[in-house]
Design a protein. Structure first.
Lengths: 205, 329
């Protein structure tokens, strides 16, 4: 489907249906007949019937989600509080300390400190996100080359301090929960059929 | 003589206790029924099926700060809710609630005062209940309250007329103002109900009853979108609760009046014993009030007056004239 019909701003040529508003009665006789007609038409009872059938249908058709106990499923692309993932095999942090997320953050809310460890590898010593400034744009998750920082599904961020959510140890997958760590399907992650979409670089032809 | 006084006091206390409990329970029912009709759950958390919500609300009302606005007339402000609640219960005193029954070999008449002008008394006392909202609105030094009181006065006074006139026709047929006489006039089962002779009067009475108890097609007194909360705007805690209880007690009274006068009262119906029959009838009328609240939008104030003075009152008078002509011929 093309965008043509949405770009067409000429409303006159499109198929709009004009609904004719009923004309209000003018003469006393017309007013009288309207009143009588409305009184003896079954409109009022139609209303009663509608609500009663809804009640009679029973609890299966009701929509209430008892929120703190029940929650609606949340889409994988939802961008809530960040998580830092670990490598599944070794349990090491995925973060290589490249600093891209810090650089791309348009709200300037990510700060990290790094140092070289004994093997001359980058190690992240401090990592923090100021949630008072974060706009949850998802750029950090998108830019991360290692899928180390992702957006989790944790949207209930009421606390005495927002900083409580983004202490590095809280965001990081705990050691014992490593086997439950799911690969992130959301914003910036590789799609399921990513392998099929990969093409050789032109120089290899 | 002493026995009668003691009996009356016991009856009054029992009626007061039961009806105020029922009025409270009515709020629970209203919330549940409205919720079900709108595909919601209603109160569920406090107690089984949310039944103890009532107790929770009661505790809340009791412990709430009792505010009296600075410029309010303190005496009238505190008197008004009592008038509403008291008149609602006084009106019930002349209503036979159940058929006579025997308790420990003693015949109990479940009516506090069997007076021979029952209908007149009930309608009159309910009419006097108008002073509650009126004084409340005028005493609280609040514009919304005053507007609410004005609306209440207009609505109640206007629909008093319809209530009275619509009841006149069935009273002419029965020839007595005593609610027990009216009930006994319909002993012959379903076909004896005055409803079949006076359908117009029944419809008029129910409409006027809705207006006098401030139920939904005519709930303009506390219309939040226009006048905040009407005449109860500045009330809080128990005083507000008294208005509430009075309103629900009035709903029950109207339910009893309609059942007794038009729907055969507490006479046995087929296999249903009389006491159950009247409870079912009143329950249905109560349910009907909640039902319409879920289904119908309310009218504008000018439509309300138009309906009362141009439609209902002429209809009621025509009904009386025709009833009189039929009775004379």
């Amino acid at each position: 489907m093309s965008l043509e019909q949405f770009k067409d701003r000429n409303v006159g040529t499109q198929e709009y249906r004009h609904i004719q508003a009923s004309t209000s009665p003018k003469t006393p006789m017309e007013k009288f007949t309207q009143v009588v007609k409305r009184t003896f038409s079954k409109e009022l009872f139609v209303g009663l019937k509608v609500v009663f059938t809804q009640m009679a249908k029973g609890p299966k058709t009701w929509h209430t989600v008892k929120y703190p106990q029940e929650k609606l499923p949340i889409g994988p692309r939802y961008r809530a509080i960040h998580k830092l993932l670990k490598l599944l095999e070794s349990g090491n942090e995925r973060c290589i300390g490249c600093g891209l997320c810090e650089k791309i953050c348009i709200a300037d809310c990510i700060r990290m400190d790094t140092r070289y460890d004994e093997n001359q590898r980058k190690e992240v010593t401090e990592y923090s996100i100021n949630l008072g400034r974060c706009i949850f744009c998802g750029y950090c998750a998108e830019v991360c080359p290692e899928l180390a920082i992702v957006h989790g599904p944790r949207f209930e961020n009421a606390s005495e301090q927002r900083a409580h959510f983004v202490i590095k140890d809280d965001m990081l997958t705990p050691v014992d929960a490593l086997k439950h760590q799911k690969e992130f399907p959301g914003f910036g992650a590789l799609s399921d059929d990513a392998d099929k979409k990969v093409k050789k670089t032109p120089l290899a032809y | 003589m002493d026995a009668i006084i003691i009996e009356t006091i016991i009856k009054a206390v029992v009626v007061l206790a039961i009806i105020s409990a029922l009025a409270g329970f009515g709020t629970y029912l209203e919330r549940k029924v409205l919720a079900f009709m709108q595909r919601r759950l209603g109160p569920t958390h406090v107690g089984p099926f949310g039944l103890l919500q009532l107790a929770a609300d009661g505790i809340k009302l009791f412990t709430k700060e009792d505010l009296i606005p600075q410029n309010a007339n303190r005496l009238l402000f505190s008197l008004a809710p009592v008038i509403t609640a008291a008149t609602a219960f006084i009106a019930l005193s002349a209503v036979p609630l159940l058929p006579e029954f025997e308790l420990f070999g003693y015949t109990v008449k479940p009516i506090v005062a069997d007076i021979n002008i029952g209908v007149l008394f009930v309608i009159g006392v309910m009419g006097a209940g108008l002073y509650g909202p009126l004084l409340a609105g005028m005493s609280q030094a609040n514009k919304w309250g005053l507007l609410g009181a004005a609306r209440t006065t207009v609505q109640f006074l206007s629909y008093e007329v319809v209530t009275g006139l619509s009841l006149l026709a069935p009273l002419m047929i029965v020839g007595s103002l005593s609610l027990i006489d009216i009930n006994n006039h319909q002993t012959g089962g379903l076909s004896d109900w005055i409803l079949w002779q006076q359908p117009v009067a029944f419809v008029l009475f129910v409409i006027a009853g809705f207006a006098e108890t401030n139920r939904t097609p005519f709930d303009l007194l506390e219309h939040e979108a226009e006048i905040v909360s009407g005449y109860v705007t500045d009330y809080s805690g128990l005083r507000w609760g008294l208005f509430f209880v009075g309103e629900y007690a009035n709903m029950i009274t109207i339910g009893f009046l309609a059942s007794l006068i038009f729907l055969g009262g507490f006479n046995d119906l087929w296999f249903i014993p009389g006491w159950l029959a009247i409870i079912l009838k009143v329950s249905f009328l109560f349910f009907f009030m909640l039902w319409t609240r879920a289904a119908w939008p309310h009218v504008r104030p000018d439509q309300l007056m138009w309906l009362c003075w141009k439609i209902l009152m002429p209809l009621a008078i025509i009904n009386i004239v025709i009833t009189g002509l039929v009775m004379m011929v």
